[in-house]
Ligand binder design. Sequence first.
Ligand SMILES: [Zn+2]
Length: 235
Amino acid sequence: MLKWFKNFFIDPILNFVYPPVCFLCNQLIEDAKFCVCIKCWSEFKKVEKSSIEFQLLMERFKNDGIIDKFCSLYIFEKDGKFQETIHLLKYKKIKSIGITFGRELGVKIENELGKFDILTAVPLHKLKYRERGYNQVDYICRGISEVSGIEFKNDLIIRTRYTKTQTELTFQERKENVKDAFSVNRKYYELLKDAVVVVVDDVITTGSTVASAGQVLKEAGCKTIYAASVGLASI
Ligand SMILES: [Zn+2]
């Protein structure tokens, strides 16, 4: 269907018959492109440098010596509105949520981490990607790319091992689970020498996954690794 026809005729009729409402609170929203209203979005708990979750993770990163700096947008609380929004992005595949998060995260990266050369994401294993057909982190990175002007390289890191889901695992088990799970795409070797790289994930919990991905980047010659995520969870 022609895009203008949809924009000018179909959408207004649909909006009249089914007015757009917030997925979280059911209040009407002005712009049908957004699925979460401003009020709900403003209720997400922000990650501050003084947040205990942030400080714990920074300490872990410091001990490992892989991730040099880290920033995150919101605290991931079980059954909270933020978790619901992440689920809308991940399982309902509402891409605009990822891009909006990405734009916010891009600003925070610029303010708290500083300049960088390469933008990449924690990848899914290709079997998992095929099964799901979608990696929500790609859309977060698109938003970051818009803000920073740095191109998103979605094939920089390769997941070489199909790892089990981490949700039920302890800290130590998570570390084992993602050990040697990644490699670096050879075609980028030249580019990585002395580079500052940002590795993005949707939610970071123990930091084991992003550190494991960061390790192969450092082995490939990167100078500095930043980690950034939309959500910060604790176990
Ligand atoms: Zn709402």
